[in-house]
Design a protein around this ligand. Structure first.
Ligand code: IPM
Ligand code: MG
Length: 368
């Protein structure tokens, strides 16, 4: 089959890590007889430099025309980059938010699991890690504080800023249904995270999630307050299967979850709407401090490409093969700097490699 992949290389380490994911996809194509064609789409800082906007209408049209979009990262150093002198709606991140909204990508899946081989990179104590953990963070992506009204103005002579957190029941229901569907294919447990002891939006969230849960008697549901969840993620991450939560809580909890897997460089993500289309991107940022040095970890992007094979193209075998190739490269001791703890350096059987080498090692290990 032929697949048209829109590619947003973006800024910082984006182009380097996307190059490696394409290398792996091309290997999949070669072995399994698929053709992936790539259409480069401008977004973020590079788009600002070339067009004056972080995401043009033409770029949105390109993304819509693709079967799926693979993205690296966007943005720069907020204190030094001229992009952050621009008004907020013209900054790099505004492009990403506009793309999510334009394509109605309301369901953000962020899988966080600990590879046996990376236990050393996990900052938690061994008795907490146990046999490892495997959770899926389901983050609502097109509502809440990210898309509510905002204003900064003087009120009675006092500078005042306001952001609005709004959810309607339909927005909650559709993400909850996704969460329960996914839980059904996993360990059948949903932890719905909210702040229902304070927020109205959370109280509605809880009510709608309970209504949805009634249709899934085989899946267990628990509610957890977000502050407690932040604590439980480091106290006992094994307890989680699917974490279902709103946009801002999901943003924060997914960074925390990534760190307990060893590195944010390992965390892939998929943003889906109600068609087969999806935007696939590593959960990490553009890391301008290490851009261009060839040391960034491409694994999250490669795993995001695997999610694209699975969710947008229904190529489960191929997705499994990519995930297995990643596991194999780790098992053979290959590590990028971020997943190479000090104690491991210099040990026999452990080799530190750069971005391109890691990409090649993984591509070579994709098997039929
Ligand atoms: C993420 C990022 C984005 C977000 C930023 C870049 C706007 O942190 O995908 O988690 O907050 O959603
Ligand atoms: Mg984030």
């Amino acid at each position: 089959m032929e697949y048209q992949v829109g590619v947003i290389s973006g800024d910082g380490i984006g182009p380097e890590i996307v190059r490696e994911a394409k290398k792996v996809l091309d290997k999949v194509g070669e072995i399994y007889g698929h053709a992936f064609s790539y259409d480069e789409i401008l977004m973020g800082g590079i788009s600002i430099d070339k067009t004056g906007e972080p995401l043009t209408e033409a770029a949105i049209a390109q993304a819509k025309a693709a079967d799926a979009v693979l993205m690296g990262s966007i943005g720069g150093n907020a204190s030094t980059s001229p992009w952050y002198q621009l008004p907020p709606h013209l900054r790099p991140e505004a492009g990403l938010l506009k793309l999510r909204k334009s394509l109605n990508l309301f369901a953000n899946l962020r899988p966080a699991y600990l590879y046996e081989e990376l236990k050393e990179a996990c900052p938690l104590r061994e008795d907490i890690i146990g046999d490892g953990f495997d959770m899926m963070i389901m983050r609502e992506l097109t509502g809440g504080l990210y898309f509510g009204n905002r204003v900064t103005e003087a009120r009675d002579g006092v500078m005042t800023a306001e952001d609005t957190l709004t959810y309607n029941e339909n927005e909650i229901r559709r993400i909850a249904i996704r969460g329960f569907d996914i839980a059904r294919k996993r360990r059948k447990k949903v932890t719905s995270v909210d702040k229902a002891n304070v927020l109205d939006s959370s109280r509605l969230w809880r009510k709608v999630v309970e209504e949805v849960a009634a249709g899934y008697p085989d899946v267990s549901l628990e509610h957890m307050l977000v502050d407690n969840c932040a604590m439980q993620l480091v106290k006992d991450p094994k307890q989680f299967d699917v974490i279902l939560t709103e946009n801002m809580f999901g943003d924060i909890l997914s960074d925390e979850a990534s760190m307990v897997t060893g590195s944010i460089g390992m965390l892939s993500s998929a943003s889906l709407n109600d068609t087969k289309f999806g935007l696939y991107e590593p959960s990490g940022g553009s890391a301008p401090d290490i851009a261009g040095q060839g040391i960034a970890n491409p694994i999250a992007t490669i795993l995001s490409a695997a999610m694209m094979l699975r969710y947008s193209f229904d190529l489960d075998r191929e997705a499994d093969a990519v995930e297995e190739a990643v596991r194999q490269a780790l098992k053979e001791g290959y590590r990028t700097a971020d997943i190479m703890p000090q104690e491991e350096a210099g040990k026999a059987g452990v080799t530190q490699v750069g971005t391109a080498e890691m990409g090649s090692l993984i591509a070579e290990r994709v098997k039929k």
